[in-house]
Ligand binder design. Sequence first.
Ligand SMILES: [Zn+2]
Length: 387
Amino acid sequence: MTTPLSEIELLDRLVGFDTVSSRSNLELIDFVRSYLDGLGVASTLLPDATGQKANLFATIGPADVPGYVLSGHTDVVPVEGQQWSRDPFRMWEKDGRLYGRGTTDMKGFVACMLARVPTMLAAPLAVPLHLALSYDEEVGCLGAYGLIDHMTRSLPKQLAVFVGEPTEMGVIGGHKGSTGLLTTITGKACHSSRPDLGVNAIFHAIDLIGELRGYAEELAAAPEAESPFELPYTTVSVGVIQGGTARNAIPGDVRFQWDIRATKAGMVEKLVERFGTYCDETVLPVMKAGFSDSAIKTEYAYDVPPLVPSEGSLAETLAKRFARTNQVGTVNYGSEAGIFQRAGVPTIICGPGRDREAHIADEWIAVEQMHRCVDFIDGLIGDARRA
Ligand SMILES: [Zn+2]
């Protein structure tokens, strides 16, 4: 039997695990797993392909009926290059604030949900509450797919998902998608004095990037009426170009990384298809005329779908009730919420802390926010007891 810990004690323990996305999160997951086990809650470990990271999924209440999912990620952003006044992985408290990497984004929420497990167990619950902890959210929401896969395979379709990203306990119903792409152009290298013998991959990359810039301008010129987003259109941007070896050499290879922030489902597929057609029909034939093995390849690095506002959904209704607000907003960052929604479950974002305190040196969360989050979860427990 484990002695139940408070949300602040739990946050202290969770911050102590350095779970920067590039590292393993298994020590944290083991801690949570044995903590839950000590309370009599079994959990399912869902490791990634390397075995170095894992999601954790636990159910409290009857698993055979649809219920509510509380979702949080266990990874945090790096601390390198930031001026921390103390060790980022040892939580400290000052003036009603809890400091440490991940306090706001988003171990605070995870601590709150774990702290209420004894209350969930005592309820007892008529519909289940599921705890879903993921890895690699900060690097493209990679873990969430395994969680959804597990839920789809072994459970009925759930009623609602609550993602506890920092919103100051406001209710967030929408965010744009976030898609990362990589395009690789293969031409033929040779000496710059004989360009007729090669295919200049940089020259062709410029055409491709110009095409993408055209999409960006076209989208910006046609803002969407009544869009919930601050910037009311899908954006396209190229962030990194790499290629070439010397001034006097025709470059054979170029890669560039690009980014789409879509307002709507299906938007990314449409743009990528249009780009593919341009590559295949306009640029590649010219390249192949110079070198038959020329190639253009575009791959997804990650693809987080938008969270599309869904007015009046159960997730939204419950979140408004238990966060005690009538407002539903949108945010600029992407999250796992879009992935859960795409799997067909009403999803909302509501969690403790302010997003402007996330990702910075001396990240902190107010103790008051932790209390408000516990109240929110207690509201949900009350509903799950009655429902
Ligand atoms: Zn986060």
